[in-house]
Design a protein around this ligand. Sequence first.
Ligand code: HEC
Ligand code: HEC
Length: 136
Amino acid sequence: MLHYKKFAVIAILFALTAIGMSAMRPTDDKPPKRNLKVLPKDINHEQLDSVMDSWKAALGVKCNFCHAPSADSTSHHLDFASDAKPEKKMARFMFTMTAKINKKYFKSDKDDQGMMMAAISCKTCHRGSPHPDEVK
Ligand code: HEC
Ligand code: HEC
């Protein structure tokens, strides 16, 4: 009985290791289709979420202001990797500009996770509007 239990535990450990190893191996059939050009390529899910939430709040818009709808019209999801909307490209340009201002004029730099420690951010100019030139 004891022996059997021990064997079961070892078998489970083996199975878990195998699953863990297959998860670590890059899968050739389904490569992650991420399309990041300005954010750190290794940004994790929580960091990406918080960046997106902050942009959304800074401009007072929804995700679909920058992100195009999915090509599959039966789905109501957004195609986050798509660059179809000019607003998304503008946001990249704005991100680069903001980072440059921080670095050049405020001597801010990246923290140990590769994120900018910002003296100014989108909100500094936008204040809840996509058009800061029109904010009263
Ligand atoms: C002001 C424009 C803007 C808003 C608003 C915005 N995003 Fe984004 N999002 C971008 C840009 C630009 C990128 C690409 C960043 C890059 O190139 O490094 C991106 C990338 C992403 C990605 C990664 C896509 C990929 O290639 O894997 C996800 C997921 C995402 N956004 C989700 C969201 C969600 C969810 C919201 C709403 C809470 C949101 N975004 C709001 C501009 C925006
Ligand atoms: C130094 C001020 C400043 C900062 C910082 C700034 N923006 Fe902007 N942004 C502007 C101005 C001004 C405009 C309007 C430009 C125009 O109309 O040509 C604009 C326009 C935009 C637009 C286009 C809106 C539209 O209707 O097409 C997007 C998207 C945008 N900004 C996103 C961002 C994001 C995301 C950040 C932070 C990463 C950011 N901006 C930081 C000043 C700023």
